[in-house]
Ligand binder design. Structure first.
Ligand SMILES: C[S@@+](CC[C@H](N)C(=O)[O-])C[C@H]1O[C@@H](n2cnc3c(N)ncnc32)[C@H](O)[C@@H]1O
Length: 1016
């Protein structure tokens, strides 16, 4: 977007030089366990990035690195010593700001935030200053108006939200209307109404509010057995009178108030479908623990059902037998409860038992994984084929197994009754979602069992409840509109969608938050939601316990009017708390629906984005589950955004074979689409800052053919390269909780890698494969050293990259070399693919060329040099490298005693070593014996050793290892060790000659040649 004849001066950014990675990782992982008041609780979205990571990345991307002025004035020249100290101090200052900035506790700490904003503004002014003479300065470098930040794959909105928090105008776009709504709720709506007192409070203080007060007073005393008092109503509003309503807190208060009104209304309309249950003396006859409840009416939390099919046994063909994956109701110690079926003739009934459960109780009628059950009547196996047939022929039904009620001492489990079943049948929905689920069993298994439509995922009673709440959205909208007018909001006829800012728009805004609360209820009120009997839960799970809709056999039908988790009241509070926590600054934000391949929103803006990870998550398909409800509730508010029957799928940049016809076609679609999306960013983004792009890995991704990543990762990088971007930094970030990070063969996202990119100059040169390799040899040792040691080029400590992330992290500096060229040309003139480049880069790290013992030693040396480390760590590492500490000690490469382990130094290797006697000779040992021999007897002694057939077979690998260790030691300043390896390598030809003949050895090669010798 700049004039090619007038290149702009783009200061180097902090993220292109250094980041306190471990601090960011810890904060990001910690944040994942925070729920209360986290903006992510507004609405479910899949694979959200932690806010801490997004905030740190944006800060690092926009703040100038202290070396920027030197780098601009002396491109390519190392920073002179007298400046390094000052730069390091200044960097430390920025790190300190980041350290505070990433903490969850500081997300609304204006002092901390303002410190970060001030640095960003300062960097912007510096950039404007050095570009003041640029012909486009007026347009591009206005020191008083910083560009906004755009995320074209905004999803759950972490990046735009953090941009806004950091004082930038935030722009979010996404193809998916649900994501667009989430972003509107987070960054677009709150600034419009920021600082306003709640409409409900204004009314509460005026005479006109009298009727409202009566209405709300009704809610202050909940119906008998219907849960506790909730924070809502004019009494509360009155209590908050006089409070300063900063940021979106007024809006949040209205969410509470009008949500409470909706709940009261819903109770009037559907309360009869959720009657309390009276505990009778008969019920308590064999259940002593029920005695204190006799005569009491308890609020029902959930009715638990089992799906049924006709028995496969001809003798019981007329019986609908239960498919229950468990009979457990509570696994809480001392409070265990389960469903116990009693077979009577050719029928059965369910009773509840307490005490120590049997194995059978845990397994229900399930025999094995998948749809494999046993017939309760005959014991015969019910095979999946039978269930498929029954389900597809519409003969799958359901039977009530248990009722869970709320007692004053915890959950009370009661046997089902005919009355309870009958009440459920009373429900007659007038609407249900009418949209087919995709035929993609990877993410959607219910269609395989005849539940093909989203509408099939709900019981009639659930449908009645959800449509009632949905209807109430338009009622509440009318109510808010008139209340807002009465409270003095402008009588602006324009709605939110048309840019309104008055009463109509306010009513629209509230209906969005209230519809989000309904979606929280939808998530817990489908037949995919099962009962969680684990001790700390004892509640319904949500539909999206996984990133898929998976068939369930037993399920819970919750009471949306009670106060249990996932019901309407608490959902309102979750949404309100999330709104409360939104940034207090009134910086504008906007969210729009746009296909990232063709959007022009990025023009002149900074860009940070987190695109889809190849085939990991089917956002569009999954979000239809919510979209159908949001569309029903909000179509009048967002007529264009919610115009289509379903979420748009065709342009979604997800490599789904089922949608594109084959794996290859899906890959081609992803590559082309991502290339054009990235290209459009490369040409539009503001040139003063690099772009930052996230990519998240699956555990399984690290095991690809090339050992460098997955098809997804390779394809993604290929797209970035083809789009004309070159890499100026990469940061592997751990953004998941520890237990998920380690993974368990699942596809849990393990780690994100942040790519820092700048557009490649149009006149970027090409290079040869040889030239590329030469540069890799120069660049990677230093990079590897910095990553593993946590020592930067100036010798200052920084965060080390976790060893497990190393193979991903090394890609960064490697791809930085690759991507600065327009092309790396193979011998035949064809451009090298990213896949090949990744293989070459990763070969640098590959320890596979070495035996397991050597792999251990190399890894240990990286970490400890010749120093001691704990036995435990050595043990873990040895196991990971398929060897053992004892074997390593026996081979003579380590010394292990008193809980400590260290590598044996070359000088301590035994001089009387006879390779013929050794049972195993690690390359590590061979190399260090060669060094010892060389030291003691020069080329002749080393040559003699090399001539031994046992050692000769390891010659090339030993030389490679010496090279690796030389570069490593030199970087670390282990001068003596470096010299030893270097001498061996420089004398290699002579040693080889000495090993094969008595002929005089050739003169050693010049030293620097070896240092630059290629590793392949
Ligand atoms: C990894 S998610 C973003 C997650 C987000 N950073 C967060 O923290 O929640 C990727 C997003 O890309 C969106 N997407 C997929 N294809 C798209 C396209 N062609 N144009 C715009 N957005 C697209 C998906 O809807 C999804 O929301």
């Amino acid at each position: 977007m700049t004039n090619a004849n007038h290149p702009i001066k783009a200061p180097k950014k902090l993220i292109e030089v250094a980041l306190p990675l471990d601090l960011i990782n810890v904060a990001a992982a910690r944040e994942k366990s925070i729920r209360h008041g986290h903006p992510s609780t507004l609405h479910l979205w899949w694979a959200r990035r932690p806010l801490a990571a997004a905030r740190a990345v944006i800060f690092g991307q926009l703040v100038n690195d202290p070396s920027w002025r030197w780098e601009l004035d002396h491109p390519g020249q190392p920073v002179p010593g007298h400046l390094k100290g000052g730069h390091a101090n200044a960097r430390r200052h920025l790190f300190k700001i980041l350290e505070d900035l990433v903490l969850w506790e500081n997300t609304t700490n204006e002092v901390v935030l303002e410190r970060a904003r001030a640095e960003i503004r300062k960097s912007w002014r510096e950039t404007c200053e050095v570009n003041a003479d640029h012909p486009q300065a007026a347009e591009l470098f206005n020191p008083d108006k910083m560009p906004g930040l755009h995320d074209p794959f905004a999803g759950g909105g972490a990046i735009p939200l953090e941009a806004q928090r950091l004082g930038l105008e935030a722009f979010a776009s996404d193809l998916n209307p649900v994501a667009v709504l989430i972003n509107k709720a987070m960054i677009e709506i709150p600034p419009k109404f920021a600082g306003r007192p709640p409409v409900s409070q204004s009314l509460g203080n005026s005479g006109k509010a009298k009727s409202g007060q009566v209405e709300m007073a009704g809610l202050e005393v909940p119906a008998k057995g219907r849960g506790k008092k909730k924070a809502a109503g004019s009494a509360e509003a009155a209590a908050t009178a006089g409070k300063a309503w900063s940021g979106a807190t007024g809006l949040a208060e209205d969410v509470r108030h009008y949500g409470a009104w909706m709940r009261t209304e819903a109770e009037k309309r559907i309360g009869h479908l959720y009657p309390p249950i009276e505990v009778t003396a008969a019920m308590a006859k064999e259940r002593h623990e029920l005695k204190p409840y006799v005569g009491q009416s308890l609020t029902v939390i959930a009715w638990l059902w089992a799906r049924t099919v006709k028995s496969p046994n001809p003798a019981f063909r007329h019986v609908d037998v239960p498919l229950a994956s468990t009979f457990m109701l509570s696994s809480k110690e001392g409070k265990e409860a389960w469903v116990s079926p009693i077979v009577e003739g050719d029928s059965y009934r369910f009773t509840i038992r307490v005490g120590t459960p049997s194995e059978e109780a845990k397994n229900g009628t399930k025999l094995s994984r998948g749809a494999n059950f046993r017939c309760l009547m005959s014991g015969a196996a019910i095979e999946s084929a039978h269930i498929y047939t029954e389900a597809r022929q519409g003969r799958m039904s359901s039977r009530l197994m248990a009722i869970v009620a709320e007692g004053d001492r915890g959950r009370v489990y009661l046997a089902p009754s005919a009355e309870a079943e009958d009440i459920a049948k009373l429900a007659e929905p007038t609407w249900k979602p009418d949209l087919l689920m995709p035929e993609n069993p990877r993410w959607f298994s219910p269609p395989g069992y005849g539940l093909t439509n989203y509408g099939d995922l709900f019981t009639p009673r659930q449908l009645v409840a959800l449509t009632t709440f949905s209807d109430l959205v338009s009622d509440v909208r009318d109510k808010v509109r008139s209340d807002a007018l009465a409270a003095g909001l402008p009588d602006d006829p324009l709605g939110l969608d048309a840019g309104g800012i008055g009463a109509v728009a306010y009513a629209d805004a509230l209906s969005l938050y209230l519809a989000f609360a309904i979606d929280r209820v939808v998530d817990r009120h489908s037949t995919i939601a099962t009962w969680d009997s684990s001790p700390s839960k004892l509640q319904l799970r949500n539909t999206f316990a996984r990133q898929a809709i998976q068939m369930t056999w037993d399920f819970g039908e919750g009471n949306p009017l009670c106060d249990s988790s996932g019901t309407f009241g608490p959902s309102i509070e979750w949404v309100a708390m999330a709104v409360d926590s939104l940034p207090k600054l009134q910086t504008a934000g906007s969210a729009a629906q746009a296909n990232a391949q063709v959007q022009s929103i990025s023009t002149g803006k900074f860009v940070s984005s987190d695109p889809p990870y190849y085939d990991n998550i089917g956002y569009a398909d999954l979000s239809d589950f919510f979209y159908v409800w949001l569309r029903r509730s909000l179509r009048a508010v967002f007529p264009t955004l919610l115009a289509t029957m379903a979420v748009p799928k065709a342009e979604e940049l997800v490599a789904t074979p089922y949608r594109h016809g084959s794996k290859d076609k899906a890959e081609a679609f992803f590559l082309d689409g991502m290339t054009s999306a990235m290209h459009s960013l490369a040409i539009q983004a503001h040139p003063a800052a690099p772009l930052t792009i996230y990519y998240a890995f699956k555990q399984s991704d690290t095991k690809s053919e090339s050992g460098t990543g997955s098809t997804g990762w390779e394809t993604f990088l290929e797209a970035v390269h083809r789009a004309g971007l070159s890499l100026t930094g990469t940061w592997p970030m751990r953004t998941e909780l520890g237990n998920r990070m380690i993974g368990s063969g699942t596809n849990a996202l393990a780690s994100s890698i942040i790519l820092v990119c700048r557009p490649r100059p149009a006149d970027a040169p090409t290079t040869s494969r040889r030239g590329f390799l030469r540069e890799l040899n120069l660049a990677l040792p230093a990079a590897l050293d910095e990553m593993t040691q946590g020592i930067d080029e100036h010798g200052k400590k920084q965060s080390p990259v976790a060893p497990v992330d190393l193979s991903q992290a090394i890609i960064g500096p490697g791809m930085a070399v690759f991507s600065k060229y327009a092309a790396v040309l193979e011998a035949d003139g064809s451009p090298m693919s990213v896949k090949t480049a990744l293989q070459l880069i990763n070969r640098f790290l590959a320890e596979d060329d070495f035996d397991h013992d050597t792999q251990f030693c190399l890894h240990w040396f990286h970490q400890y040099g010749w120093n001691e480390g704990a036995f435990g760590e050595a043990d873990v590492l040895a196991r990971a490298k398929a060897t053992a500490v004892s074997a390593l000690a026996q081979a003579g490469v380590i010394h292990s005693a008193a809980g400590k382990v260290r590598l044996v130094k070359p000088a301590d290797y035994p001089a009387d070593w006879d390779p013929e006697d050794a049972t195993r000779i690690p390359i590590w040992e061979a190399l260090h014996q060669l060094i010892r021999a060389f030291r003691e007897g020069g080329e002749t002694a080393a040559g003699t050793l090399l001539g031994n057939p046992e050692v000769r077979g390891k010659a090339e690998a030993a030389r490679q290892l010496a090279y690796r260790l030389y570069t490593l030691c030199e970087r670390r300043g282990f001068a003596e060790d470096a010299r030893a390896y270097n001498e061996l390598v420089t004398s290699w030809d002579a040693i080889e000659a000495a090993s094969t003949s008595n002929a005089p050895a050739p003169a050693p090669a010049p030293r620097q040649q070896t240092a630059q010798g290629s590793y392949r």
